[in-house]
Design a protein around this ligand. Structure first.
Ligand SMILES: Nc1ncnc2c1ncn2[C@@H]1O[C@H](COP(=O)(O)OP(=O)(O)OP(=O)(O)O)[C@@H](O)[C@H]1O
Length: 337
């Protein structure tokens, strides 16, 4: 069964800003699905439509079988959302934050208490439950926000940039919680991210979005395989390269698994192959045998980063990442004031 169905969805903001341009995709029950894209690609707009925070301009979106516009209340009752901005109240304890969230969902007190206890345990926050959240680290806040979104046992969980602004170790810890959720709960998870490794590690399937359009959808493996394999780069020292000889060495290897070779003027050899580990030693041995000296060797396995480059013509730049991180940090600071 499909938990999320999106068909030809558009969002045009005032000023004729087309944030989402006719996207379509489906998410099956139990899947972890990532929308991966840079700043301004349309990720938050899409998740906001799916969680009924804003209406689409055109097209259809159904969540859990309910239409997000005409059956918004039904949608809200079956989803959990961890938004990008910090939503915990710093002046309250973790426990009180959860109780407020429970009252928003009209959970009976006894049910709320039981679930809050379970979730604080699950998120390893039990011993901090009575501390004000202003004392929490970024990772603890995210875990509390996850707990809050899970109180009413949603069928479908939406996470907008779940690890934005967290440092690498804390990100890995949050990933572990998300992975545990997926294993232990019968839940569909939809997340947005601009971190390639996050999309790769967490998702069953990834959709790459850029300028409001979906460029490609598939499992991380399918997307990486679509690039056609590994890339070997060998920098030769010798400036007297016999091109024909080198060409022959490069092309005659790997039982036909070598797909493309190029020889740069500076002695940089590039080989595209399905199995880099097997091909590399053979090529190096043959180059040595012919007297070529090697300065460096690099075996690049395909990554979602390369996939992104292939389908959008650009990389997600560090500057974009850091500006987003700054934004989240600023939001935390605002709450602290
Ligand atoms: N309320 C709004 N009014 C006008 N334009 C908007 C509004 N919200 C978003 N946009 C614009 O729509 C485009 C998509 O924004 P969106 O926030 O959905 O992207 P995103 O991929 O989530 O990026 P980010 O992570 O930076 O939010 C951007 O050009 C953005 O400036």
């Amino acid at each position: 069964m499909d938990d999320i169905v999106v068909e030809n969805l558009w969002k045009i903001y005032p000023g004729n800003i087309a944030a989402v341009k006719g996207i379509s995709f489906k998410v099956e029950h139990g899947e972890v699905f990532s929308l991966l894209g840079p700043n301004g690609a349309g990720k938050t707009t899409t998740i906001s439509i799916l969680t009924t925070l804003i209406n689409p301009t055109k097209g259809v979106a159904k969540v859990g079988g309910y239409d997000v516009v005409t059956q918004a209340n039904k949608v809200r009752s079956i989803i959990g959302l961890v938004p990008q901005d910090v939503v915990t109240d710093d002046d309250l304890s973790g426990w009180d934050n959860l109780m407020i969230q429970a009252s928003l969902y009209h959970l009976p007190r006894s049910v709320a208490v039981k679930r809050a206890e379970e979730l604080l345990e699950f998120m390893e926050l039990k011993e901090f439950a009575n501390k004000k959240t202003e004392t929490y680290s970024g990772g603890m806040r995210r875990r509390l926000e996850l707990a809050a979104a899970l109180l009413h046992r949603p069928k479908i969980l939406f996470l907008d940039e779940p690890t934005l602004g967290l440092d690498v170790q804390v990100r890995t810890a949050v990933w572990n919680y998300i992975n545990r959720l997926r294993k232990e709960e019968d839940m569909t998870i939809f997340l947005t991210t601009h971190y390639m490794d996050e999309a790769d590690k967490l998702s069953d399937r990834v959709a790459i979005i850029d300028y409001g359009e979906i460029k490609i959808i598939g499992t991380p493996k399918e997307l990486k395989d679509s690039l056609g394999g590994d890339i070997i780069e060998i920098q030769l020292i010798s400036d007297q390269i016999k091109r024909e000889e080198v060409q022959k060495i490069l092309s005659s290897n790997g039982n036909g698994s070598v797909k493309e070779v190029s020889i740069g003027d500076s002695g940089l050899l590039r080989i595209k192959t399905a199995n880099g580990e097997e091909v590399l030693p053979e090529i190096i041995t043959k180059l040595y045998e012919k007297g070529y000296k090697i300065k460096s060797v690099d075996l690049k396995k395909p990554s979602l980063d390369e996939v992104f480059l292939q389908y959008t013509g650009k990389r997600i730049r560090d500057s974009e990442v850091s500006s987003e991180e700054t934004r989240r940090e600023r939001a935390i600071m605002r709450r602290r004031r």
